[in-house]
Design a protein around this ligand. Structure first.
Ligand SMILES: Nc1nc2c(ncn2[C@@H]2O[C@H](COP(=O)(O)OP(=O)(O)OP(=O)(O)O)[C@@H](O)[C@H]2O)c(=O)[nH]1
Ligand SMILES: [Mg+2]
Length: 360
């Protein structure tokens, strides 16, 4: 059995791959670790297949996938092909330093179930040119994962785990990018460790992390919450959605104000985008009867909540002009949220008389 299997999902990474293979080859020689590298490619058609085939290294394997494209399914498939006692997952774009793999393995040998290469523990760093919005985005995504794990960097795509940990995974069902979080939850990891890494920006090729993928993270969180907490109590759900909406609202407001927009437009933009985000998060199950009624109820209650929110924030700024705009926005969110909650409950109550609510 190979000691350590490194699974690297790739989609159009032919420029980065030779550098990564080179560095892993050097690590193999220097560390004495018995490493195998599995490149799991989603039929990139950019020369990846030829590039791997042209190398004679016996420790290098290609897993070529032609269906069900996606980062997480590729990683899961790669992990199933891996033969090592220790499994490591990392990106191909040279963001993650393979030289830190021995640290991951040492921590796993020390008793952790799963260990991530972390940007946010002491000694961990990110490239200097991470802009404010990217930093904030990463921090918000991390905060949203807090109910599932207390580690600082659960968003990391660089991590290691024992084969035995992976083998006890309940049905893996990740959508989007956060496969480490999925494994932490579904493998019921109790001891999760972090080793500091320096995270580099990608040098070659393009990022595949689209807005669409980021929205899928919300769907993923929802699935994990249902898995972990069973029935998602209604109020907890309302609060979680509210916390998310608040984070989106303030982020958009900050960005619009920085771009030079006046306060009313910034406030309206923040409210509008956060409403769309909440809709993406909660979704409306189209298979449920009375959908049109429920959708109308939703639009009505959030529309009223949004107007109250905006009105409260604008009136507050008018009467207390020295107040920071973000504070007025928060007050608006609180008042709008309460109104939204009340209208929602009232409409939901009425709806129950129309037709019983179906599960889902
Ligand atoms: N097999 C496979 N790999 C993928 C897919 N999407 C992304 N990847 C790989 O997953 C890794 C992470 O993707 P990135 O585009 O670097 O995402 P990111 O690191 O969050 O974003 P950047 O920091 O902008 O690079 C890279 O090695 C990609 O090639 C996919 O659909 N299939
Ligand atoms: Mg990357």
């Amino acid at each position: 059995m190979t000691g350590v299997s490194i699974v690297v999902p790739t989609y159009r990474e032919a420029q980065s791959l030779p550098h990564l293979i080179e560095r892993i080859g050097r690590l193999r020689a220097d560390s004495g670790l018995d490493l195998e590298l599995l490149v799991v490619d989603d039929d990139s058609q950019d020369g990846t297949v030829e590039l791997v085939a042209a190398r004679s290294d016996p420790w290098l394997r290609l897993v070529l996938r032609k269906e069900n494209r996606g980062l997480s399914p590729a990683v899961v498939e790669g992990l199933h092909h891996a033969t090592g006692e220790f499994l490591v997952v990392m990106d191909a774009d040279l963001s993650h330093p393979p030289e830190r793999i021995p640290d991951l393995i040492e921590a796993l040998r020390g008793g952790f179930d799963l260990v991530v290469g972390s940007r946010y523990v002491e000694g961990g760093t990110t490239a200097d040119d991470w802009g404010f919005l990217r930093w904030l985005n990463s921090r918000i995504a991390t905060a949203l994962a807090r109910p599932f794990t207390s580690i600082r960097d659960p968003m990391s795509g660089f991590f290691g785990l024992h084969r035995s940990t992976f083998e006890r995974a309940d049905a893996l069902d990740p959508v989007g990018y956060k496969i480490a979080l999925e494994l932490i939850v579904k493998c019921r990891c109790e001891r999760v460790g972090e080793v500091p890494i320096h995270f580099e920006n990608r040098r070659y090729g393009e990022s595949k992390l689209t807005i669409h993928e980021q929205l899928r993270y919300l769907q993923h969180l929802r699935r994990l919450a249902i898995y972990r907490f069973g029935v998602w109590p209604w109020l907890a759900r309302f609060l979680a959605v509210g916390a998310f909406g608040t984070a989106v609202n303030l982020t958009v407001l900050t960005a619009l104000l920085r771009a030079g927009l006046a306060a009313p437009l910034g406030l309206a933009g923040g409210i509008g985008i956060s409403m769309l985000g909440n809709l993406a998060l909660t979704g409306y199950p189209s298979h449920v009867p009375a959908t049109a009624l429920r959708r109308r109820s939703f639009v009505r209650s959030s529309g009223i909540g949004a107007l109250v929110n905006l009105g409260t924030a604008l009136l507050t700024l008018r009467f207390v002009p020295t107040l920071p705009i973000a504070a007025a926005a928060l007050l608006g969110i609180a008042v709008g949220g309460i109104v939204n909650l009340s209208v929602n409950r009232f409409l939901a109550f009425r709806e129950r008389h129309v037709r019983p609510r179906q599960p889902g």
